[in-house]
Design a protein around this ligand. Sequence first.
Ligand SMILES: [Zn+2]
Length: 189
Amino acid sequence: MQKYKVQEVYKKLRGDHNVIHWDKLVWNRLSVPKHRVISWLVMHGRLRTNDVLVKIGVVDSNQCRLCEIGVESHDHLFFQCEYSIKCLEMVKSWLKVSAVHNTYQRQMNYIQRSRRSGVQKKFMAAVFSGLVYHIWWVRNEAIWNQVVCRPEAVFKRLKQIIQQRIKMVHSKKLSIRDQRWINSKLEIV
Ligand SMILES: [Zn+2]
C-alpha cells in the first residue's frame, strides 16, 4: 500500500513537472512569438510530419527531405536527423553547454533542471524554440521550393533573430553575472 502511494505521488509530481515547466519555458517572453507557437506544437507532437501524412494518404513518401535517409517524424527532425544534429552542434558551441539532447522534450527538461539562473534558462529555451522553428521552416522550403539551405546559414539566421529579440525585450535589471552572460551571447562573431 505504501509503495503504491509513493509511486502515485511520484507520477503526479513528474507529470506536473513536465507540463508546468515545459509551458513556462515554451511561452517565455524572450522567445519570438512565432517560435513559441511551433515550439508548442512540437512539444505536443502536433506538426504534420511525413510519417503521419503517409498514414492518412496525403503524401506517398515518409522520407525526411533534409537528410533523405530517415523517416520524417517529430523525434527525427528534433533532433536526430543529421541536418538537425549539425545545427545543434553550432548552438551547443554558441551557448557553451556541455551536452545537448536528441529530443526537444529532453532538451527542454535538461534546461529546466539545470542550475542556471532563470534568465539564462529562458534565453536557452528561446534559442531551442528558435531552432525547432527554423528546422521546420527549412523542411517546408525543401518540400515546397526544393531548396535546402546549409545548416551554417540556418544557424546564422537563428542567432541574429535571437540576438535582436533579446536586445529588444530583456530586462535591464539583471545581476552582474547574468548581464555578463547575456552580453557574451550578444557578441557578433
Ligand atoms: Zn533527416
